[in-house]
Design a protein around this ligand. Structure first.
Ligand SMILES: Cc1ncc(COP(=O)(O)OP(=O)(O)O)c(N)n1
Ligand SMILES: Cc1nc(C(=O)O)sc1CCOP(=O)(O)O
Ligand SMILES: [Mg+2]
Length: 205
């Protein structure tokens, strides 16, 4: 089974304050999330490092991949499997230099096949398209269409992530259109029962 497939849980510390973050992530992983991204725009560097180290241990225990959002130095410090970079973040070449050939580096490509082709040429491990639906977490993210995902299936020979407003109702259309991974924040960490929400999404793969 390829490593880059399945439910990709992205943390939202504002939805799971304090110690709840670890519990919430454990529930998402137990429910079947295969990747976890630590995304935290608010905590101090020291707290981010402490949380990242705890999540690294947790993902090991669940045999899941662990990525850090935005910050290759943090990924290196906590021995994450890789990093997710946006178009305004550290350049891919610099992150690769820091993390090495084995690291997983994912790149945000919004709704652009040209950005995805560029990411592929520069050695990305996966590309992310979005936002497909209304997103509580990032309402202003540029919009993408399911048709774009269908085009990417033939044009982009890398695993493809779909992100933005993904939930159990709209997820099947994204998988049918060629999404290898579904990246989810609110429909997972905002759910009453995180374990059940993860299981419902993970079972779609
Ligand atoms: C899997 C995945 N896809 C896209 C993003 C968005 O990254 P970016 O554009 O850098 O935006 P921020 O997450 O930094 O707000 C992501 N984090 N993960
Ligand atoms: C972090 C992020 N990036 C997006 C993009 O389109 O690039 S959408 C998004 C938020 C995803 O959260 P939710 O599942 O709650 O919509
Ligand atoms: Mg970013």
């Amino acid at each position: 089974m390829t490593r880059l497939r399945g439910l990709y849980a992205i943390t939202a510390p504002e939805l799971t304050p304090g110690k709840e973050l670890l519990t919430a992530c454990a529930q998402a992983l137990a429910g079947g999330a295969r990747l976890l991204q630590y995304r935290d725009k608010q905590a101090s560097p020291a707290l981010r490092l402490a949380r990242a180290r705890q999540l690294r241990e947790l993902t090991h225990a669940h045999n899941a991949l662990f990525l850090i959002n935005d910050d290759p130095a943090l990924a290196l410090a906590c021995q994450a499997d890789g990093v997710h970079l946006g178009q305004g973040d550290t350049p891919l070449s610099e992150a690769r230099e820091m993390l090495g050939a084995e690291a997983i580096i994912g790149i945000t490509c919004h709704a652009s096949l040209a950005l995805a082709e560029q990411a592929m040429a520069e050695g990305a491990d996966y590309v992310a398209f979005g936002r497909f639906f209304h997103s509580y977490t990032k309402p202003g993210a540029p919009a993408a269409t399911v048709e774009l995902l269908q085009q990417a299936r033939s044009a982009i020979a890398l695993p493809r992530v779909a992100i933005g407003g993904v939930n159990a109702d709209n997820a099947p259309a994204l998988i049918n259109a060629g999404a290898d991974m579904l990246a989810v924040v609110h429909a997972l960490f905002g759910a009453q029962d995180i374990h059940a929400a993860a299981r419902q999404l993970a079972e779609l793969f």
